[in-house]
Design a protein around this ligand. Structure first.
Ligand SMILES: *[C@@H]1O[C@H](CO)[C@@H](O)[C@H](O)[C@H]1NC(C)=O
Ligand SMILES: *[C@@H]1O[C@H](CO)[C@@H](O)[C@H](O)[C@H]1NC(C)=O
Ligand SMILES: *[C@@H]1O[C@H](CO)[C@@H](O)[C@H](O)[C@H]1NC(C)=O
Ligand SMILES: *[C@@H]1O[C@H](CO)[C@@H](O)[C@H](O)[C@H]1NC(C)=O
Ligand SMILES: *[C@@H]1O[C@H](CO)[C@@H](O)[C@H](O)[C@H]1NC(C)=O
Ligand SMILES: *[C@@H]1O[C@H](CO)[C@@H](O)[C@H](O)[C@H]1NC(C)=O
Ligand SMILES: *[C@@H]1O[C@H](CO)[C@@H](O)[C@H](O)[C@H]1NC(C)=O
Ligand SMILES: *[C@@H]1O[C@H](CO)[C@@H](O)[C@H](O)[C@H]1NC(C)=O
Ligand SMILES: *[C@@H]1O[C@H](CO)[C@@H](O)[C@H](O)[C@H]1NC(C)=O
Ligand SMILES: *[C@@H]1O[C@H](CO)[C@@H](O)[C@H](O)[C@H]1NC(C)=O
Ligand SMILES: *[C@@H]1O[C@H](CO)[C@@H](O)[C@H](O)[C@H]1NC(C)=O
Length: 773
């Protein structure tokens, strides 16, 4: 109690201290009415406490009065009905803040533990009630609704809830909770039995119990976790004068930090950790979210219609039921529709192995219980409706849904159709179904015999989402304790990359040395999506790829276990003059890398774009064989993260120009990065080195200059190199780093050129085909 009081005193002191003018004292007996257009203003007139219009009536709250677009930052009794025009808000003589209505009882707006003596609307946006000893006995900052203002704290256990709509500030369907375990989590409210309902977390679980979310005057938004550790969400330090900061969760579930410049009169986004399609449940059941020019849009599955046009959250439905499938009534038949690249909540009642999408489609078609099937990566997941949490992705899932088709003849035959058509149609249907049945039967039989064990294992996951089934197929699931033991509590850090830290470990049973990667900044996905990625990675087998041995899912933690590469990264080897490798060996390394990338692009089951080819990701094993690491992980990274980390490296990094030009990312981004890597291997220097003279600092520019001037010997520091070979390799590299993706050769072509089996034309200047700029 004393602590709370102290806190209140301090915050009152703090608030009063920051206000430029002393706040007005609202005395007992003061009142407001909706129609008088009056409110209690803060001294700077920026914030106001009072009535604001909502629907056909009014609500009471705090809003930014000093800017043209009224922005509500706090709402009293947000779930109560709207307030009628003839109500009055009174700071009553007996020390209560109440809403008086002509009929019915007075409604308390605040419930302080003591009688109110005065009230103040502070410049911080905090509405404060004092007792006669001028202690703060209640403040709006302690009862946040959908927003946080600078100076305000979201304490462990407190939540923000979105508003129902832009014009209705009652509680909506998205929440942000500062959990007692230290994790800050965004989740949809009221979606029962979702396996992984949250759509964003700060990944600070286990750092409670008293973690808080804080916003400072300069836009610094951070978590204060155990032992006073600061976890920054934004770094702050933005210009402070005449700028308002506001963190809030909006109607569509997006939580972010925004600033408003009083001079420019506009809002800008400082930080938003999710994209507009991430909030689960934004699009209701049987609909999915796609980003149209960065704005979320909900679409119904094919064959479905919105239950309520204009209200996304109600979702979509179809005019066809399982019963009509079972009853086989003559007037209804059904069909399968498909849609590519959609992701759904994974909730199958049965999982089959299917090599072809056609098999999956048939399997669902034949099963009246099956209302939809998701095919991906040789797996056919039969699901029942509703499908939830749909959003478009770049993965290769094919969604099949069963739709009903009304066979129109029962309602009278269209006059231009001879009646005979009916029979023909039915016959065709029957034959079709028979054939399909036969096909499915064959498929099922073969499937059952060939994959009996695996099938049994797959069945597990429909019963409970069990992680073990993956063990049989590919990388092994480790427990967190096993990995803790193997790495001796993550003692020896080998390095740190875009995905997190890597630790050395020894597997207890096999005594095998491994590298354990703790993933950070992961895309917010459920276990199954993660497992799917792991499966895809685990299925890659190539001598120039680092082997994934296993993984671990431990709460929100994701760890990957790789074979250990004792000779470290090429970055270390190539850039350390003492370790310099001879020319022939360097070219052999380049070929090995090219083979690895070629496999990823063209030879493995699902093509993988690495997206982050660089010397740091190219490792050498004890036999000095070069292997590519971190492939397949780009998909696991958050979208915005991918953008920022590529952005940071800048135009002259390993990053292909299409990243910056919003062009689709294809395998050619890896070709570009390979070109840069090749140049670094040839010249044994970093791509960018500002310690060199200006004309040499950017390697790709210098190389092209030397190439044009026919001074290639400069590039290898007059090392003993066969000049014709050097010229060949330089030409390959220049082809790879063409700005225009279409001009870059495929990896297959690159390898042929490296192996000397094809001629290499003279490459154009890398920037000459640049389409824009
Ligand atoms: C409000 O009341 C407090 C304490 O009674 C006083 O110190 C302060 O000056 C008053 N503020 C104004 C603006 O009158
Ligand atoms: C309140 O003031 C605003 C702007 O001055 C005006 O547009 C609005 O009609 C007023 N409302 C009432 C109820 O007087
Ligand atoms: C106040 O408004 C409510 C709702 O609009 C209405 O039912 C009630 O009769 C009004 N009371 C008076 C005294 O006008
Ligand atoms: C958390 O806060 C409570 C109440 O202020 C306090 O008793 C407890 O010691 C705190 N725990 C930690 C780990 O700081
Ligand atoms: C917090 O501090 C205590 C005591 O100094 C220490 O035992 C504990 O490990 C620390 N916790 C974290 C998460 O750093
Ligand atoms: C967090 O942000 C603060 C304020 O901008 C800064 O001083 C601090 O160094 C940052 N901490 C980390 C770990 O980045
Ligand atoms: C910000 O405001 C303070 C006083 O209000 C003033 O001293 C300072 O110069 C201002 N800074 C900028 C960058 O305008
Ligand atoms: C606000 O205005 C500034 C300067 O005019 C501009 O740079 C910024 O992009 C604007 N922000 C938005 C969200 O329009
Ligand atoms: C949309 O529908 C949901 C569920 O039926 C309902 O709770 C919500 O109020 C509706 N939203 C709007 C803006 O009409
Ligand atoms: C289909 O036929 C059944 C009777 O055979 C009838 O009850 C039902 O309404 C018909 N459905 C449609 C959509 O016409
Ligand atoms: C469902 O509606 C679609 C058009 O919206 C129609 O083509 C189809 O025949 C209908 N199916 C049934 C079973 O009524």
């Amino acid at each position: 109690m004393a602590a709370i009081l102290l806190f209140l005193l301090l915050s009152a002191y703090y608030s009063a201290g920051t206000a430029q003018q002393s706040p007005l004292n609202i005395s007992l007996g003061s009142s407001l009415t909706p129609t008088s257009n009056s409110s209690w203003l803060s001294p700077s007139r920026l914030y106001a406490f009072g009535f604001y219009q909502q629907g056909n009536g009014y609500a009471i709250g705090i809003f930014l009065a000093g800017i043209p677009q009224r922005t509500v930052v706090w709402t009293a009794n947000r779930d109560n009905p709207i307030v009628p025009m003839n109500a009055t808000l009174v700071l009553s003589i007996d020390g209560r803040l109440v809403l008086q209505q002509t009929q019915g009882q007075d409604i308390d707006i605040a419930n302080p533990p003591d009688s109110i003596s005065t009230a103040s609307m502070l410049d911080s946006g905090n509405f404060v009630l004092y007792n006669s000893a001028r202690n703060v006995i209640w403040q709006s900052f302690d009862h946040p609704t959908n927003a946080l203002l600078p100076g305000q704290t979201l304490k462990a256990g407190q939540k923000l809830f979105s508003s129902a709509s832009e014009t209705d500030s009652s509680r909506g369907i998205f929440g942000l909770e500062m959990q007692a375990d230290g994790n800050l989590v965004q989740y949809p409210v009221g979606t029962p039995d979702a396996a992984f309902p949250y759509y964003w977390t700060s990944r600070t679980e286990g750092q409670g119990p008293n973690a808080t979310l804080n916003l400072e005057d300069d836009g610094h938004l951070y978590l204060l976790v155990t032992n006073g550790t600061v976890v920054n969400l934004t770094v702050g330090g933005h210009p402070k004068n005449r700028t308002i900061y506001l963190a809030r969760i909006d109607v569509h579930g997006i939580f972010g930090l925004y600033s408003h410049s009083l001079d420019r009169g506009n809002w800008s986004t400082i930080w938003e950790p999710t994209n507009k399609c991430d909030p689960k449940g934004l699009c209701g059941v049987n609909s999915f979210c796609i980003l149209m020019d960065k704005v979320a849009d909900c679409r119904c599955l094919p064959g479905f219609d919105f239950v309520n046009q204009g209200n996304w959250t109600t979702g979509c439905e179809r005019n066809f039921t399982v019963e009509s499938c079972k009853s086989k009534a003559g007037n209804v038949t059904y069909d399968m529709r498909s849609w590519d690249n959609m992701q759904w909540e994974n909730n199958p009642y049965e999982v089959l192995e299917a090599t072809r999408q056609e098999d999956c489609k048939k399997a669902c078609f034949e099963d009246c219980n099956c209302e939809a099937a998701l095919f991906r990566d040789r797996e056919c997941r039969k699901q029942k409706l509703p499908l939830r949490f749909g959003k478009s992705t770049t993965d290769s899932t094919i969604t099949f849904v069963k739709v009903g088709i009304l066979v129109s003849y029962t309602q009278g035959v269209p006059s231009n159709l001879p009646k005979i058509n009916k029979e023909v149609r039915v016959d065709v249907l029957v034959i079709g179904i028979t054939l399909t049945t036969f096909g499915v039967l064959m498929f099922v039989l073969t499937g059952v015999y060939a994959h009996r064990n695996r099938l049994r294992a797959y069945k597990n996951i429909s019963e409970d989402v069990n992680v073990e089934y993956i063990e049989n197929v590919a990388p092994r699931a480790f427990t967190f304790a096993e990995l803790e033991q193997a790495t001796n509590d993550f003692r020896e850090e080998l390095g740190r990359g875009a995905f997190g830290a890597v630790y050395k470990g020894i597997l207890p049973n096999s005594q095998k040395v491994v590298a354990v990667k703790k993933l950070e900044k992961m895309l917010e996905e459920g276990e199954t999506e993660f497992q799917n990625e792991i499966l895809a990675i685990g299925k890659t087998h190539h001598r120039n790829l680092v082997r994934l041995l296993g993984y671990c899912i431990h709460g929100p933690n994701r760890l990957l276990v790789y074979e250990y590469m004792s000779n470290g990264s090429l970055a270390d080897i190539i850039f350390t003059p003492e370790k310099k490798l001879n020319w022939d060996y360097r070219i052999e390394i380049a070929s090995q890398i090219a083979r690895g990338i070629l496999y990823l692009h063209e030879e493995c089951e699902i093509p993988i774009i690495h997206c982050d080819i660089k010397l740091q990701n190219l490792l050498m094993d004890e036999k000095r064989c070069t292997k590519i690491s971190d492939f397949g992980l780009a998909k696991l990274l958050k979208h915005d993260q991918t953008k920022t980390y590529t952005g940071i490296r800048g135009t002259k990094g390993y990053v292909a120009p299409e990243w910056h030009r919003k062009l689709p990312v294809t395998v050619k981004v890896d070709v570009y990065s390979f070109g840069i890597v090749l140049l670094e291997i040839i010249c044994c220097r970093k791509n960018i080195d500002w310690s060199l003279t200006e004309d040499q600092a950017v390697l790709e520019e210098w190389v092209y200059d030397c190439f044009e001037a026919k001074e290639l010997h400069k590039l290898v520091n007059d090392e003993e190199v066969d000049m014709s070979k050097l010229e060949r390799v330089i030409k390959i590299a220049i082809w790879c780093i063409q700005d225009e993706p279409a001009i870059r050769p495929s990896m297959k072509k690159v390898l042929l050129m490296l192996e000397g089996t094809v001629d290499i034309p003279v490459p154009p200047c890398p920037t000459s085909f640049l389409s824009s700029k």
